[in-house]
Design a protein around this ligand. Structure first.
Ligand SMILES: NC(=O)c1ccc[n+]([C@@H]2O[C@H](COP(=O)([O-])OP(=O)(O)OC[C@H]3O[C@@H](n4cnc5c(N)ncnc54)[C@H](O)[C@@H]3O)[C@@H](O)[C@H]2O)c1
Length: 297
């Protein structure tokens, strides 16, 4: 066994002998509504204190799963968190919040250990993780300071990798398999007109490559890893950009084939698809949801 590989975990329980027909092997062989159910599972959402992350946590609870949100913010967005707690209570589910910086591995590892313990008590193993925490910065490339560039890579790339790593360690330890979704961006594939965001764009391309690389390593454990790449969504992140330069919105709208920017809710169905059994044969892939932006020049 290679050094560092967790003991007793070479093959996931989800892997069956090759003479069993694929229709009997796939967890997707069930009624369509079950393919979008997260019942009996726990999912971690980083960046779950606001914006896209907290909306994805709501989608997870609506799909019957427990959610553990973590974020560097001291507290989650008040109104949205109150709504999420209420929804969880009504559904007999749990939501928890951890203040944690995803670039600090020791902190992150402790959060995953705690979530794992609670998930075991609930009999709802940690089978999903969404790495949604990220930062953005607009600086012309001719002036981009090295420290800022490195910080962007540290949060968006190293932080997403560490999140996936600690999620996968729990899934390998319990031999449950699972689904890890890294939130990338259409900016991982294109350079956005009117936005001077070299570090951000580079970081999101790297997130897509982290996904392919770990998917290649962890398929043997029944762990799927995919990226979800949004186009422009109206959140605190983009509000800051649009307030500084309102004319940028015109450029964005020029590529909006459906006549509007995205809303966090536009990602509820895609995340449940990627986390749930419906996407059982999908790994190492990117799902771009961008209102058509990348389809036209
Ligand atoms: N808004 C968009 O148009 C858009 C488009 C494509 C991709 N994305 C991606 O979606 C994700 C969510 O973005 P959003 O628009 O909701 O932005 P947001 O700023 O509202 O949310 C990002 C969250 O990540 C948290 N965070 C930042 N650094 C962290 C760290 N080191 N540790 C833990 N938490 C940290 C922030 O506190 C914040 O709550 C990001 O990865 C972003 O790059 C957003």
């Amino acid at each position: 066994m290679a050094p560092g590989v967790l003991a007793g975990s070479a093959v996931s329980d989800t892997t069956l002998p090759s003479n069993v027909p694929e229709t009997q092997q796939t967890p997707a062989n069930q009624e369509s509504k079950q393919l979008f159910s997260l019942a009996g599972t726990t999912t971690v959402v980083t960046g779950g204190g606001r914006g896209l992350g907290i909306t994805l946590a709501k989608a997870i609870v609506e799909a019957g799963g427990h959610a553990a949100c973590l974020d560097v913010l001291p507290e989650p967005s008040k109104e949205e968190w109150a709504g999420l707690e209420k929804l969880a209570k009504q559904s007999g589910l749990t939501v928890s919040y951890y203040r944690c910086d995803i670039t600090k591995e020791e902190e992150l590892s402790k959060v995953f250990q705690d979530v794992d313990e609670k998930a075991q008590q609930l009999n709802a193993p940690l089978k999903g993780t969404v790495a949604c925490a990220g930062i953005q910065q607009k600086v012309p490339a001719l002036e981009y300071p090295a420290e800022d560039f490195e910080r962007m890579l540290r949060v968006n790339v190293t932080g997403s990798f560490l999140t996936a790593k600690h999620a996968a360690r729990v899934m390998v330890k319990h031999r449950t398999g699972g689904s890890i979704v890294l939130i990338a961006s259409m900016s991982g594939n294109i350079a956005n007109r009117g936005l001077t965001c070299t570090a951000y764009n580079s970081s999101k391309a790297a997130v897509q490559q982290v996904c392919r690389s770990v998917a290649q390593e962890w398929g043997q454990y029944g762990i799927r890893v995919n990226t979800l790449s949004p186009g422009y969504i109206r959140t605190a992140m983009t509000d800051a950009l649009l307030q500084a330069e309102p004319e940028v919105e015109k450029t964005w709208m020029a590529g909006a084939l459906l006549g509007r920017l995205g809303a966090p809710e536009d990602f509820k169905a895609p995340i449940i698809f990627l986390l749930g059994p419906g996407s059982s044969w999908m790994t190492g892939a990117d799902l771009r949801v961008d209102g058509g932006h990348c389809a036209s020049a």
